[in-house]
Design a protein around this ligand. Structure first.
Ligand SMILES: Nc1ncnc2c1ncn2[C@@H]1O[C@H](COP(=O)(O)OP(=O)(O)O)[C@@H](O)[C@H]1O
Ligand SMILES: [Mg+2]
Length: 259
């Protein structure tokens, strides 16, 4: 069965896209056939891998509502074994259109499951990059996924948002997706010389225990530069601290999803 892992956090700027792109690339580099679904109208995962949002022939929107088969919208990336379902601002109306569908909360799940039955769409991992809210599209993503990863910055406001997110997660488990689980909370943009970073990280480990990944992603400017060079960090600067951390957390993800 394909592991479907979604990056979820209603806050923007916490590292969802950076984590989605880089974990997907690390999985592919380990020969796991991986599909990155860019479900954010901002299309940062798409442009970060060098795909022009303006020149897309078809996008996530067309997969959702134009009856286009998954394999026709999926594109290759600079990384072998990594494929992307690209997105752009066409996806802005998806949430509104989902409200008009019967059983709209599980529309994406049903569509994706049908497509994944075809041998051509045979992926080991699907990684979903989500928009920064907990609205209809994100509910659909949490309905379709097996697992969520919660990237969070070690700051006070980050902790506040986490409680709301976990409430939404519980509601979804109780209603539309009982098999959903939290694969882990990933601390991003950690600064080891910053007391707040250290305190919040310690606090999270005390309260959430093994739910927090052992690996912490450091603040590393190379991670912010890589998208403008259209490359994941393992290609742009394979040995920098950000790259090493994403490779380590990918190993943890593999261990946590081992069957
Ligand atoms: N570990 C990191 N170190 C330095 N910059 C980072 C790191 N992670 C993300 N960034 C930068 O921070 C910004 C927000 O990250 P992003 O992944 O786009 O967050 P989100 O998808 O949650 O909005 C981006 O400019 C990104 O390049
Ligand atoms: Mg993003």
């Amino acid at each position: 069965m394909t592991e479907i892992i979604a990056m979820i956090n209603q806050k923007g700027g916490v590292g969802k896209t950076t984590t989605a792109t880089n974990v997907a690339a690390c999985l592919a580099a380990l020969s796991k056939r991986t599909l990155l679904i860019d479900a954010d109208p901002q299309g940062n995962s798409t442009s970060g891998l060098g795909i022009s949002k303006q020149l897309l022939k078809s996008s996530f929107y067309d997969f959702m509502f134009s009856d286009m088969p998954l394999e026709q919208v999926v594109m290759e990336t600079p990384v072998p074994d990594l494929f992307i379902l690209p997105s752009n601002s066409d996806s802005l109306t998806i949430g509104r259109e989902l409200w008009q569908k019967e059983n709209g909360e599980t529309y994406f799940k049903r569509l994706l499951q049908t497509e994944l039955k075809k041998p051509v769409n045979n992926y080991d991992y699907i990684i979903i990059d989500s928009p920064p809210n907990l609205e209809m599209m994100v509910i659909n993503i949490m309905a379709a996924a097996n697992r969520i990863i919660i990237p969070t910055q070690p700051e006070y406001y980050g902790l506040e948002g986490l409680a709301d997110l976990i409430e939404t997660y519980k509601r979804i488990r109780e209603t539309i997706n009982p098999s959903l689980s939290i694969l882990g909370v990933l601390i991003t943009m950690h600064v080891s010389t910053n007391n707040l970073s250290k305190e919040v990280t310690q606090n999270l480990r005390q309260n959430m225990g093994s739910l927090i990944f052992d690996t912490v992603i450091p603040k590393n400017v190379k991670l912010a530069e890589a998208p403008s060079h259209c490359q994941p960090i393992i290609m742009y600067d394979p040995k920098c601290p950000g790259s090493v951390s994403y490779q380590l957390v990918t190993r943890e993800i593999l261990a946590r999803t081992a069957k």
